[in-house]
Design a protein around this ligand. Sequence first.
Ligand code: SF4
Length: 367
Amino acid sequence: MGSLYIHIPFCQCRCAYCDFFSTTQHQLKDAYVQAVCAELAMRKDQLPTPFIETIYLGGGTPSTLSIAQLEQIFEQIAKHYNLSTLRECTIECNPDDITPQYLSGIKQTPINRISMGVQSFNDAELKLINRRHNATQAIKAVELITQGGIENCTIDLIYGLPNQTMKTWQNNLQTALSLPIKHLSAYHLTYEEGTAMYKLKDMAVSEEISCLFFDTLLSTTTQKGMHAYEISNFAYPGYQSQHNSRYWQQKPYLGIGAGAHSYNGFNKRSWNIADLTQYLNGINQNSRKFEVEYLTDNDVYNELVMTSLRTKEGVALSKLKGKYLPYFLKQAQKHLKNGTLILTDTHCCCTPKSWFISDGIICDLMV
Ligand code: SF4
């Protein structure tokens, strides 16, 4: 089965830490939705199967689209794909877009999961990173989502912010876990060049503090009954993200929209141009602007190690073909001896505690 990712690049304003492709040219939304529909038709045979398991509308801020625009996209998807196998359909939303009317519109579409970028429940932290909402709005939005009948709600938090203390981080986690969410994604702040946050990079928290924040994240989510299934992702039983899990299992997906990436599940990645005008012109002239990369066997091995070791299952040994299995086991020896890696008959994985230092382990295992 396949997955669809639809990129909706519109945002009301730029968050200080964000380097995703997004734009504030809202007057182009109608033209963009039409282009997305045209691209869906143009590329309808590019997945190995018409049966779709997951759809993810990411951004940008997909909740800046109207219900009519969302319906237009889903009508087009239904024309070209078989949705009888659809298990999960996620839309990313901003808290201040969530209203009872919007939710009742969403309920008329295949969407059954909402991912909300909350980032913090501390108003000073929200202001620092230039989020549009405040903590009260975020709490209200989660409540509205569940009252509106969409029980599968996940939120994003950021940790390691300048001046963030253990107390404010614990408070963010406690507030998040007191809400009726099913899943939590928590990412350490990275200072990306070109973002407003980059100017504050000298205020980055120390590695020691980062480790303590991560330990607190692990222990607090575990105490609440969530399980850590990836370095940044925590879920109550049965609520792991199906869509993201497919990325980590190297399954095929088709990315539609400006800047969207696709993967054939084997050795080919491609990505649309991350420029709104050029994307629209390309689609309108029936000459989509994109780039392609063919992966070598070494690339495939490196990607497998990099993504799998950040998941609870770890690397499936059956996926390491030919020379790669003995190479992997040789490189893993040091980490198996010191207990940061665990080897079973079928898999090799990090312990959750060693996830935070997994970059170093992954480096040792790569070719
Ligand atoms: S809303 Fe999301 S995509 Fe848009 S600027 Fe903020 S973090 Fe980036």
